[in-house]
Design a binder for this molecule. Structure first.
Ligand code: CP
Length: 316
């Protein structure tokens, strides 16, 4: 199962999905099979499998796709979603209550929680206090397991496999939780190559599992030749961007010209939102799959919810 508890078997914390790291390829594949089944059926499920359940969406950092995507997935399965938004916690607002306290109060009304928080320690504090399963909807700069499952589903949908692919990932690989989660998720599928393209100071600093023989190339330049998948992770938007940083970002941008030189069967993915890492004209090219990737996310999120409710007290 992809389910896990926060502190191992000794904790009473119910299972959820906190990280991609401890999911095996079989567990990931089974979940993606479930997403495929849901995609194929395309019909409302009757009886609604999650009728009467309440899914709490605790987003202490902005989100569109993950928050609305889980809301829609819950609705498709017959559950009711309730949302705690960011407004109360944005900079400059008077916040008379901590996020952790809000979580502890509102989580008691719910059967499952999806949490996003920019601070890993605060995220884990909430998970430790939870008496319901928790899904990580994006945590700090390192972890975004539901996005990784969506990315893997998009890759498998197009290439009909996940093994032995050449995957290029470009952008802020030190700070993009989507990219960092995806790199670790790919380890399960023996990629032929993971090519990491980023400015030297924004490069991924992780290390591969020593038990696996995976070719990881770190580049300080653009090279999309021979790729099966090109993933644009983008760069965070600063209020007063340094011109040297902007110039550096330009080197890792998918322009229409670059996209036209991709292999015919290479797909372009992006977790979105797009800032400016992909030129708008790329959207019309057959390799552009990022909006399809976003569409597929609904079925993956439905599969994750079904899995978490199917095994509410399992722990690893
Ligand atoms: N990809 C992703 O996490 O998008 P949101 O920030 O809109 O949820």
């Amino acid at each position: 199962m992809i389910l896990e508890s926060e502190n191992g078997a000794s904790t009473p914390t119910p299972a959820g999905l906190l990280t991609i790291d401890r999911s095996s390829r079989e567990e990931i594949s089974a979940l993606l099979d479930q997403a495929s089944d849901l995609q194929r059926s395309q019909r409302p499920l009757f009886p609604r499998p999650l009728e009467g359940k309440i899914v709490g969406l605790f987003f202490f950092q902005t989100s569109t796709r993950t928050r609305v995507g889980f809301h829609a997935a819950a609705a498709r399965l017959g559950a009711t979603a309730i949302e705690v938004g960011t407004g109360r916690y944005e900079a400059g607002m008077l916040a008379p209550e901590t996020a952790a306290d809000t979580f502890r109060s509102i989580a008691s009304y719910c059967d499952l929680a999806v949490i996003r928080h920019r601070d890993e320690e605060q995220f884990h504090q909430m998970v430790r206090s939870a008496e319901i399963p928790v899904i990580n909807g994006g945590c700090g700069t390192s972890s975004h397991p539901t996005q990784t499952l969506i990315d893997l589903f998009a890759i498998r949908t197009h290439h009909e496999r996940l093994d032995h692919l050449r995957v290029g990932i470009a952008g802020d690989l030190a700070g993009s939780r989507s990219a960092r989660s995806l790199i670790r998720g790919l380890f399960q599928f023996s990629p032929a190559e993971i090519r990491l393209m980023a400015p030297a100071d924004r490069q991924w600093q992780g290390s591969r599992d020593r038990s696996r023989d995976i070719s990881i190339r770190r580049l300080d330049s653009w090279d999309s030749s021979g790729l099966d998948v090109l993933y644009l992770a983008g760069f965070p938007v600063g209020e007063n961007p340094d011109p040297t940083i902007l110039a550096s970002q330009e080197r890792f941008r998918l322009t229409h010209d670059r996209a036209q030189r991709l292999d015919r069967n290479c797909i372009v993915l992006c977790p979105l939102p797009r800032i400016d890492e992909i030129e708008q004209q790329v959207d019309a090219l057959p390799q552009a799959m990022y909006f399809e990737q976003s569409r597929l996310g609904l079925f993956v999120r439905m599969a994750i919810l079904l899995e978490c409710f199917a095994h509410p007290s399992e722990s690893t």
